[in-house]
Design a protein. Sequence first.
Length: 386
Amino acid sequence: MPEELNVGLVGCGFMGKAHSNAWLNTGKFFNLPIQPGMKAICALPEDEDALRRMAENWGWEGYVTDYKELVTREDIDLVDVATPNNTHAEISIAAAEAGKNVSCEKPLAMNVAEAKEMLQAVKEAGVRHMVWFNYRRVPAVALARRLIDEGRIGKIYHFRAQYLQDWIMDPEFPLVWRLRKEVGGSGAHGDLNAHITDLARYLVGEIDEVVGMSETFIKERPLEAEAVGLTATAGEKRGQVTVDDTVLFLARFENGAVGSFEGTRFGAGRKNGERFEINGEKGTLAFDFERMNELEFFSREDPEGLQGFKTILATEPGHPYMEAYWPPGHLIGYEHTFVSQAADLVKGIAEGTELKPDFEDGLRNQEVLDAVLKSCEERAWIKVGE
Ligand code: SOE
C-alpha cells in the first residue's frame, strides 16, 4: 500500500472548488487507509490571481500555471482534471504517460475517439482512473441501486430521466465556454445528459440503441467580454451559440427496458432538477436531486389497501455513505457527493480495489452521447458503439 496519495488538481472554476473541498475534507469524514496530500493546484497564467487565492483558501501547498509541470512532478501521485471539456484528453493522457493516476471530470471527452485514446493511455501506463460522475455517490441514488440489486422492484421496464436547469434562459446571458462547441463539445447534452446516462447505466444497464432530437432556442448571445463590461467593438458584440440548449432521446436497454431522457437548460424554475423514475415489475423508485436526501419507493408487494409511495429519508447509518456524516435526519448536500467519491478514489488506489466509474465507463457513456447526436443529425435510430 502506498504511504500517501499526493494530489495535483487542474482547474480553478466551479469544479475546482468542489474538488478542493473534497480533498480537504474527505480524510476528516472518512476513515481512510492513507491521507490525500493537497500538493498543488493548477490553472492558466491569466487566472493566476484567482489561482493564488484558491490555493490559499482551500489549503493547497502551492500552485503552478502549466499542467505539464504539474503532471511530471515527482511528488504528485494523482492528477485530478477539473477543466473545460476540450482539455480533458490532453491533460489526462499527459498525466497517464507521466505515470500518474488520473481522475477526470465528466463528460470524459469531447467524443468517442478522444475517450478511446484516454482509455488506451491509462491502460498502457497501468495507472488507476476514475470519472467524476458524482451523483452515483448521492446516498439516495446508491440506495436505489441497492434496492434494485436486492430485487425490490424486480425486472425493470422503464427508466425515465430528466436533468433540468434554467441558468441560460435570459437571451442576454453571455456566450460562456459551455455554449461553444469547440470547448464544450455539446451543450445540455454532454453536460446534463451525460449524468443521467451514467445513472441509467449504473441503475439499469447498458444502452443498445437511441433516437434523439436537439434544439437551440437562443442562437446568438452577447460575447463574454462585452457582458462583463470589457471592450467589444461593434460587429463583434454577439456570437453564435454552437451547441444544443436541449437534447431529448429515447433508448432501448440491452436487458429489454426502455428509457426516456431529457436534458435542458431551459427548464424555468428548475435549478438542478436531476430526476429519475424507474418502474419495475414489483414497484417503482423515484429521485429528484432538489430533494437529494429522499428516495421514493412504491412496492406492489405491500398489502392491498396499504399500498402507496413511501419517502425514505436516506440519512440512516445503514444507508450508503451516511455513517461518515451526521446522525439520522441531519441532511447532506451537493458537496458531500464529491467528498464521498474522493474517499472511494483514495481507498481504491490505496487498496488496489475497483474504482467506478472508470474511463471504461466514461467511454461507454460517450458512445451513448455520440450515438444520440448522430441520431439527431440523421433523424434515425442509432446503435450505440457502432
Ligand atoms: C452545469 O450547470 C453543471 O455545473 C454541470 O456541469 C455539473 O456537472 C452538474 O452537476 C451541475 O451543473
